[in-house]
Design a protein. Structure first.
Length: 263
């Protein structure tokens, strides 16, 4: 079996004790990390390599950043999402490992969505454009008929079941119809959203804000997803959201989402 997990760590340096203890306890074969908040040279490579992982990163000072950790060698295919050579934000890393094509992605948040005059804010249009490029990339990968997993922080709550207060988030970029429509377009290409394929429990969350006691009240959002090609979906055996790291001291505001695949 091969376990693939995605986790927005919200600063790899600040969360290093949480990350290393989780890697030791959970032992995923592949971990897709987001929001590293460090350049490649600052990634704590030694501590993670000591746990038996190969590492590839696409970092950026202070913001963004994604990584792939794997128990097996990693062959990088793309260090940026194809389709816009001017985009310098570190949000995408695609590679082959463990017999799979995997991508760690950190989709733009997109807030605020509106300018004062009511027009779409540039952050929201950037999010939608990034999603359009992701749709194009997924479509291209599907043509290869290989098992692939697009895992990461999508910053999209697919339905109202994935947000604790739908009315309050109606105009948030995570729940705006434009964001949800593009997420559905990804699915409609032929992808499978791993968690919902095997678990229909409503209000199962992967993110809880640090403010207003959100974790204690379970006021969360489900915005971290593993999207699978048909070939990868055929291998899916089990899914879950590991809440353990979120309840610990100095935790990330996200928690890992994982899938177990036939070897």
């Amino acid at each position: 079996m091969t376990v693939v997990a995605t986790w927005n760590v919200n600063s790899i340096k600040a969360r290093l004790p949480r990350v290393t203890e989780w890697l030791e306890d959970f032992k995923p074969d592949v971990a897709l990390l987001q929001e590293l908040k460090t350049e490649d040279a600052g990634f704590p490579r030694m501590e993670i390599e000591a746990l038996g992982y190969h590492i590839e990163t696409v970092g950026q000072k202070t913001y963004n950043g994604v990584a792939i950790l794997s128990k097996q060698p990693i062959e990088v295919q793309h260090r940026a999402l194809p389709g816009d050579d001017t985009d310098i934000q570190a949000r995408y890393l695609e590679a082959d490992t463990c017999g799979l094509r995997v991508a760690a992605l950190y989709l733009p948040n997109g807030n605020p969505t509106r300018n004062e005059d009511g027009s779409d804010h540039e952050k929201f249009t950037y999010k939608l454009g990034w999603m359009d490029r992701l749709i194009a990339r997924a479509d291209a990968l599907l043509q290869d008929q290989i098992p692939f997993i697009l895992g990461g922080d999508y910053n999209v709550c697919p339905t109202d079941d994935d947000v604790y207060d739908p009315a309050a988030f109606a105009d948030d970029a995570l729940c705006r119809p434009e964001s949800r429509n593009r997420f559905r377009t990804l699915i409609n290409l032929g992808l499978t959203e791993a968690f919902r394929a095997l678990d229909s429990t409503p209000h199962a969350y992967s993110y809880w804000d640090y403010q207003r006691g959100a974790w204690q009240k379970d006021n969360g959002l489900r915005i971290d997803h593993l999207l699978l090609s048909p070939e990868a979906a055929d291998l899916l055996e089990e899914v879950g959201i590991d809440k353990t790291p979120r309840g610990r001291e100095k935790a990330s505001d996200h928690t890992p989402v994982w899938g177990k695949f036939k070897a």
